[in-house]
Design a protein around this ligand. Structure first.
Ligand code: C2E
Ligand code: CA
Ligand code: CA
Ligand code: CA
Length: 277
């Protein structure tokens, strides 16, 4: 038994060492990813729940690692946040999404662009960056939507409020992402200038199989409407989920049922096909 536990310890420390080395090299590589142009934005449609027209696109970052291949944002965004690299990456995402939106507008595709903003990016300096991105690309401000999470809103409430008010003064739209999973102090919903709540996909997933999730989704929709906020549901994969959400007057839907996130050239074909019939 003694030798067993000893080899267990060896096994675990070897695993731990590998894990640390893995993270270490991932971090080293992440530092080079921006200068090496290894990031790309994919886009996922946000559709009007009545007509099924695409009215928005969410920009979702992809990392094409030279050796590992595609690394998912679920893996590298937390690392980028821990190391502060998210600031540079986030600037690039904002600029690239606005550049792409302007280019599509030039081709007659007038679609709202939603950009994810990390809690670390969410402070006063964001306002100037957004203003510049809109100016440089001559974008109508209300065609840009910032998706922020509840964690961005809990730090300094009065500073947060100021930043939100300044962003709203620019004319951009603001969505509260992953709603229902965070620090649910509902009082801020009333005082913050938000446009949309995004129901987290964990509730949407179980909507038609679990009455608790259905109740939560309903409660979110009703509360949002009573606060004059619009609602978008993410992670919609089945027609049953779609029907349920339509029936509850959820304005917009997003998920694999309509399209997975796709690179720019491929998403254009989806837009053309969906919005022309
Ligand atoms: P999120 O903002 O909640 O984005 C939704 C995630 O759900 C995306 O994963 C999307 O591909 C995925 N998804 C979309 N439809 C479905 C569906 O029908 N079913 C299921 N199961 N999943 C669906 P992705 O692209 O891997 O991104 C993961 C997370 O990484 C995002 O979650 C967001 O928090 C973060 N992220 C992605 N791009 C950026 C970025 O540019 N900046 C920042 N700060 N974070 C980003
Ligand atoms: Ca999002
Ligand atoms: Ca989300
Ligand atoms: Ca999420």
């Amino acid at each position: 038994a003694k030798t067993d536990s000893r080899s267990d310890v060896c096994f675990y420390s070897r695993q731990l060492k590998q894990q640390i080395e893995h993270t270490g090299s991932l971090e080293r590589d992440l530092r080079k990813a921006l200068p090496n142009r290894e990031f790309q934005l994919y886009y996922q449609p946000q559709v009007c729940s009545d007509e099924g027209d695409v009215i928005g696109l969410e920009a979702l970052i992809r990392w094409h690692h030279p050796v590992r291949g595609m690394v998912s944002p679920g893996e590298f965004i937390p690392l980028a946040e821990k190391t502060g690299l998210i600031l540079g990456i986030g600037d690039w995402v904002l600029e690239e999404a606005c550049r792409q939106a302007a280019s599509w507008r030039g081709q007659g595709l007038n679609i709202r662009m939603a950009v994810n903003i990390s809690a670390l990016q969410f402070n006063h300096t964001l306002v100037d960056k957004v203003r510049t991105a809109l100016d440089v690309n001559q974008l109508p401000p209300d065609s840009l939507e910032l998706e922020i999470t509840e964690s961005a809103l809990v730090n300094d409430l009065s500073e947060t409020r100021d930043t939100l008010v300044e962003l709203k003064a620019l004319g951009v739209q603001i969505a509260l992402d992953d709603f229902g999973t965070g620090y649910s102090s509902l009082s801020y919903l009333k005082t913050f200038p938000l446009d949309r709540l995004k129901i987290d996909q964990s509730f949407v997933r179980d909507l038609t199989t679990n009455t608790e999730s259905a109740d939560i989704a309903l409660a979110i929709i009703n509360m949002a409407h009573s606060l004059n906020l619009k609602v978008i549901a993410e992670g919609v994969e089945t027609q049953e989920q779609q029907k349920f959400l339509q029936g509850q007057t959820c304005e917009e839907l997003q998920g694999y049922l309509f399209s997975k996130p796709l690179p720019p050239d491929e998403i254009v074909s989806v837009l053309m096909a969906r919005n022309s019939g």
